[in-house]
Write a protein that binds this ligand. Structure first.
Ligand SMILES: Cc1cc2nc3c(=O)[nH]c(=O)nc-3n(C[C@H](O)[C@H](O)[C@H](O)COP(=O)(O)OP(=O)(O)OC[C@H]3O[C@@H](n4cnc5c(N)ncnc54)[C@H](O)[C@@H]3O)c2cc1C
Length: 433
């Protein structure tokens, strides 16, 4: 079995043709109310919500769907709420999504705590469990729902450029599987095209992040009693996650500094095996387990994105930025940002004003929804980067299960981070000496 490093790069061999150069000719543009670039969780979600408002929506995805995507495949309890609203939750349950009652966290010294998705004060999870779902199943269910609606979904159609006129985004250029050019014009373009968003790049919004990490991912079977809890192993500078998807399939992801992985890019299996051995508590957990899939790798993980200055455009999901998969909120963020963006788009189209000022309501809603959790995930990066601090935090959480449940509620996206602050101070946390 050979490993593979996935780092999507954008070459635009068709761009010249799309611009009317040799080999191609742009036909009459397709006009729509909204063009959505990308049909992953964010793009599919916003397309479904906009179609329910009767809008004419074109969705373009460069892949044949569902595509392969490296992911820990954990869905927070609150993701279930949005998936239910989108009409796909029952399909995921029927497909055998694993119900995860909580999370076990193991510190470098072996201290281990288990938190559960329970109501915390006034805050209740949509369901008292998270889910382990293969991306193929999740993305497949979402795209099936897209296909069932009156939407113009075009797979294997790669967006190559963004059309900007007078400071306003007015559409996109794309090319289909045969590299035939296509122009779609719409008052609103939604960039839902993931980590390497062409929409964000073309508008100058995307830049690298100082956090340089790489994820190694595979599947294992034969891990004893790995059914109803996700498991996180913290061992600086690495961390690892076991996420059960079914009785004989567990997603194993190990996140390492990018620089440590670089010399091993052609020997990922060897690198992952060596790395797992360096995490003794994980290695013990995997004794007797068997790897059942190739090792894939993806990095760097984090990137920064600033909101577009132009009108007529919004970025949702990973296209709007990505930090680190430790707290597993990427899909929830994609779905929730799509919900927030759909509200703004519908309001702006009704008012006939899709200027940057009108669409700024979405950025404000995004900040209100995600800024608190982002602060928690950044603070956690400090904790998991320092052995002593990670041990101390885990021991403190072991003494105060209430604070642990609150933390898990924040991980699970149903407890606001401000409630965590009171749970932590109520737990009498003092910094280690
Ligand atoms: C190692 C790792 C582990 C993770 N683990 C978890 C986890 O356990 N739980 C969780 O919730 N999140 C996790 N995430 C994050 C999660 O995978 C993402 O946040 C999520 O996929 C974002 O959805 P999206 O729709 O924004 O982007 P994507 O899922 O990346 O979808 C983007 C879509 O755009 C299409 N596209 C791209 N470029 C173009 C183009 N030029 N033209 C047309 N189409 C285009 C792609 O084909 C794709 O279909 C993890 C991420 C990583 C890297």
């Amino acid at each position: 079995m050979s490993g593979r490093v996935t780092e999507e790069r954008h070459g635009f061999p068709g761009a010249l043709r799309a611009l009317g150069g040799p080999g191609g000719h742009v036909g009459a543009p397709r006009h729509a109310d909204v063009v959505v670039v990308g049909a992953g969780p964010a793009g599919a979600a916003i397309a479904i919500l906009l179609a329910e408002h009767g809008l004419d929506v074109v969705v373009l995805d460069r892949a044949a769907l569902p595509r392969e995507k490296i992911c820990g495949e954990y869905l927070s309890p609150e993701a279930a709420r949005v998936l239910d609203r989108l009409g796909v939750l029952k399909a995921l349950d029927a497909a055998g999504a694993a119900a995860l009652a909580g999370m076990r966290i193991t510190a470098p010294d072996g201290t281990s705590v288990v938190g559960r998705y329970r109501p915390f004060g006034e805050f209740r999870p949509y369901r008292q469990h998270a889910m382990g779902v293969a991306r193929e199943t999740l993305d497949g269910a979402l795209v099936d729902r897209v296909r069932s609606l009156p939407l113009d979904l075009r797979e294997e159609t790669r967006v190559t450029d963004v059309l900007v006129e007078g400071g306003q985004v007015v559409g996109v250029r794309a090319e289909d599987r045969e590299q035939r050019p296509l122009e779609v014009r719409a008052p609103v373009v939604v960039g839902a095209d993931g980590r390497h968003s062409i929409v964000a790049q073309r508008l100058g919004c995307r830049s690298p992040h100082a956090l340089q990490r790489l994820a190694l991912a595979t599947y294992v079977r034969g891990v004893p009693e790995c059914r109803e809890l996700g498991e996180i192993f913290v061992d600086p500078p690495d961390y690892a996650i076991l996420n059960p998807l079914g009785p004989e399939r567990v997603n194993l992801s190990v996140v390492v500094p990018l620089a440590h992985a670089a010399p091993w890019s052609r020997r990922l299996e060897d690198f992952m095996t060596a790395r797992v051995r360096q995490l003794p508590h994980l290695a013990r957990r995997l004794a007797g387990a068997e790897r059942v899939a190739p090792v894939r790798a993806l990095g760097p993980l984090a990137h920064r994105v600033t909101p577009p200055r132009a009108g007529g455009v919004l970025l949702v999901g990973d296209a709007a930025g990505f930090y680190d998969p430790f707290t597993g909120e990427g899909v929830f963020t994609a779905l929730r940002s799509a919900e927030l963006a759909a509200e703004t788009v519908v309001r702006a189209l009704r008012a006939g004003d899709v200027s940057a000022a009108a669409l700024a309501a979405y950025e404000r809603a995004r900040r209100a929804a995600f800024a608190g959790k982002q602060r928690v995930t950044r603070a956690l990066q400090t904790v998991i980067a320092h052995r002593r601090l990670a041990n101390w935090t885990c021991r403190a959480l072991a003494r105060r299960p209430g604070a642990l449940d609150a933390l898990l509620g924040v991980f699970g996206d149903y407890v606001p981070p401000r409630a965590l602050a009171s749970a932590v101070s109520g737990a009498g946390f003092r910094t280690p000496r």
